[in-house]
Unconditional design. Structure first.
Length: 703
């Protein structure tokens, strides 16, 4: 049962009931049509109310049907809306809580609408690279006017019902109910009232019949198009929203509807929309851990302790303070604590200056922060996150101390970025309570959190930190234990390729430009200068010992030997004017690269942007395939999430694994075979990972 049918005193009430948000899936659509027919066939029914059970009127399309034939199976949404609009008895939408996408389009097809205050109303299709496809672009302008409708459709943002009700002359809401609680009763009374008027001969109003009052000219839409184009970052859908709304002002209703449909179908096939829809699904999949039951009882996290008030400890603490969770930071010395707290204050104060934080909120947050030099003060914390120096000996001392001190059941987390979590867990007598929480820098800004699952990490610990991640507004991805976890393990291959490209003939700026044109927020060399080239240097020094056979370009080491660590030393791959962050090509670095090339005996060649992108991106893809196969990542789409939220991978490409799917895995393998022939590259690395080779030969995809 996905829509209930009940008659109350001459009014048939159709209640959508398809949890969690009454998505308009096939069964729900059928139930709506059946309910409409039944109500019209029943002479005792004078009017029909459509409403939603639980937490929403309707959130729109049922995402479980995305990309399946069921989404379009008749009765599709257009058919349902046509049936509602064409009903012979008045149909009233009783709207509350959430009314979005197809839900709003359905409501717009009703003859009347009554809404509760506090309802989020939106046409969010643009966020999936689409436009509303069931009349939204044609009916909403008729209901609230062109400009407000255009704003909603282009932005996809939700607007509260009470704000929409204030638009002068609006026809979206015929009535506002006093509250959600009284909506049901008020809707019934309103339904009988309009039924009475209808019985007296008043025709049923239809939004489609509204004449758009101000026939806005081409100039207005051209202006809107230019504005939107500037903000759309190359995504086609926002501009198409303008086209569709313009059609509502220039075409007859049915013709406008057809124009909307044509645009909708075109957009469905664009790579941008495919990528956005992939990421939408990926974000929903990422929190699911197959062997951890959804209903597993969680541990309560009411207070957090952080060990180390350095770069990461401070940022990590802010996440919890922002979410209203008290934090106690422990350091070795008072000066370190004072420095750490001062950095947190400075961070908040700069947010206040930018108008992003109110003074009272700031004070509330700081009041939740306390510090200590004594482990005994941490005893009662529910979660402790270690963020001390990246040194196994230091971590050992900290975890032994935590094991002695912390109350039973406390979760012990490490923010290590490279060390073996299983070893860290083994320093305690409770490895089941140990988990990795790998935050990214700056930890109060970056959305990504890698949750590192140790061999012995308990399921409820995992489920608890995944839920906590949501609370502090992070996107958490589960990773198994390996060097670098998902993100950094892959980036190492990308960086290695960037180095080879310099040796073979590129300049840093050429590599950065090519990959930024592909859509990355920042190329590898600009990124190195920002993060500090010394970090990679330290990792490589370790690698030279651990894996002496592995091939690296030495150019980055030469750079570091000159002390060019990046922006923090005023020079890196690029030069920087004092106090400025704009990269300037460096004659010194280019000469250094050329010199090194000579010692390698390489004659530089012209390398195309296409090759640069292939080598950098497919290096990620091949390592990603190994990571899935080894079970380090649960699914390919988790890797895409890591790269979108942690590494500036272009959203419109959907993440490295999705991008490879779009290129076609067979093609990816062919390119890798070609790259393997380059004598200056690492042929061994370009052997397609077994998973990739298998999927390619079977004509399958990662996602
Ligand atoms: P940091 O050097 O800025 O801070 C470390 C802090 O820990 C210092 O304030 C130090 O006084 C304190 N500390 C050292 N030993 C201690 C002990 N025994 N007890 C109490 N406090 C102690 O280092 P950062 O960058 O914050 O890194 C911390 C951890 O986070 C490392 O494991 C690192 O690998 C990891 N990480 C760092 C990232 C980064 O971008 N900086 C990103 C992700 C993880």
């Amino acid at each position: 049962m996905t829509a209930e049918y009940k008659v109350h005193g001459g009014v048939a009430v159709l209640t959508l009931n398809n949890p969690p948000v009454n998505g308009l899936g096939y069964e729900t659509r059928r139930a709506l049509i059946e309910g409409l027919e039944r109500a019209q066939a029943d002479a005792s029914v004078k009017a029909i109310v459509i409403t939603g059970a639980g937490r929403a009127f309707s959130g729109g399309a049922d995402i479980r049907e995305f990309g399946t034939p069921k989404a379009l199976q008749e009765p599709n949404l257009l058919t349902v809306i046509r049936a509602v609009e064409g009903a012979e008895k008045p149909v009233i939408a009783a709207i509350h809580s959430v009314c979005m996408g197809g839900g709003l389009e359905l409501a717009l097809g009703c003859h009347y609408r009554i809404a509760a205050p506090g309802c989020s109303v939106a046409l969010p299709e643009v966020k999936l690279g689409l436009i509303p496809g069931a009349g939204g672009t044609q009916r909403l302008p008729r209901a609230i006017g062109v400009e407000p409708a255009l704003n909603m459709i282009v932005s996809g943002e939700a607007v509260p019902s009470e704000r929409l009700a204030q638009i002068p002359g609006q026809k979206l809401f015929d009535r506002m109910a006093a509250s959600v609680d009284s909506l049901g009763e008020e809707a019934l009374a309103f339904a009988l009232e309009v039924a009475g008027r209808h019985a007296q001969g008043e025709p049923l109003p239809r939004v489609r019949d509204v004449r758009l009052k101000v026939p806005l000219g081409e100039a207005y839409f051209q202006f809107a198009r230019n504005m939107v184009k500037g903000m759309a970052k190359g995504f086609p859908a926002p501009v198409k929203c303008v086209d569709a709304v313009q059609a509502a002002t220039t075409k007859a209703f049915e013709e406008g509807l057809r124009a909307e449909r044509d645009i909708f179908i075109d957009l469905m096939w664009t790579p941008e929309s495919r990528a956005l829809r992939h990421l939408f699904q990926a974000e929903r999949a990422v929190s699911k851990i197959p062997d951890v039951p959804a209903e597993i009882p969680l541990r309560e996290i009411k207070s957090v302790a952080v060990i180390g008030a350095g770069t990461m400890g401070g940022g990590i603490s802010m996440n919890f303070l922002n979410a209203g969770i008290p934090v106690k930071i422990l350091e070795m010395k008072q000066e370190a604590l004072d420095r750490g707290v001062a950095t947190i204050r400075k961070n908040y104060e700069s947010q206040i200056k930018k108008g992003k934080l109110k003074q009272d909120k700031y004070e509330q947050r700081m009041a939740l922060l306390s510090t200590t030099l004594d482990y005994a003060d941490l005893r009662d914390a529910d979660l402790v996150i270690e963020a001390v120096f990246e040194d196994l000996g230091v971590k050992e001392a900290v975890f032994r101390k935590l094991d002695e001190t912390m109350k039973p059941g406390a979760i012990l987390a490490s923010n290590t970025s490279t060390l073996d979590l299983n070893k860290i867990a083994a320093f305690t007598r409770r490895p089941e309570d140990v988990v990795g929480l790998h935050f990214f820098s700056p930890a109060n800004v970056m959305k990504l959190l890698e949750v590192v699952r140790g061999e012995k990490t308990a399921k409820d610990v995992l489920a608890t930190v995944m839920a906590l991640a949501k609370k502090i507004k992070k996107v958490a991805v589960v990773s198994g234990v390996c060097d670098g976890f998902i993100g950094n393990r892959m980036i190492e291959q990308y960086s290695r390729q960037a180095g080879f490209l310099l040796d073979e003939g590129c300049t840093p700026a050429q590599v950065d430009r090519a990959i930024e044109k592909f859509g990355f927020a920042m190329g590898p060399f600009r990124m190195g200068d920002l993060a500090g080239n010394d970090i990679g240097w330290a990792i490589r020094k370790r690698r030279y010992v651990e894996k002496p056979g592995l091939k690296y370009s030495k150019t980055a080491d030469l750079l570091c030997e000159r002390g060019r660590f990046g922006q923090k030393t005023g020079a890196g791959w690029y030069d920087y004017a004092p106090g400025k962050r704009d990269p300037i090509e460096s004659a010194e670095v280019i000469a250094m690269i050329e010199e090194h090339r000579k010692t390698l005996g390489i004659t530089p060649r012209k390398i195309s942007d296409e090759e640069i992108v292939e080598r950098l991106v497919f290096a990620l893809v091949n390592e990603g395939a190994h990571i899935i196969e080894e079970g380090i990542a649960l699914r390919a789409s988790d890797i895409d999430i890591v790269y979108i939220y942690g590494y500036g991978f272009p959203v419109q490409r959907g993440g490295p694994m999705f991008y490879a799917d779009e290129v076609g895995l067979y093609n990816v393998v062919q390119i890798m075979k070609r790259l393997a022939k380059n004598p200056y590259d690492d042929a061994e690395f370009w052997k397609p990972a077994p998973l990739l080779a298998r999927l390619a030969s079977e004509g399958k995809t990662f996602n």
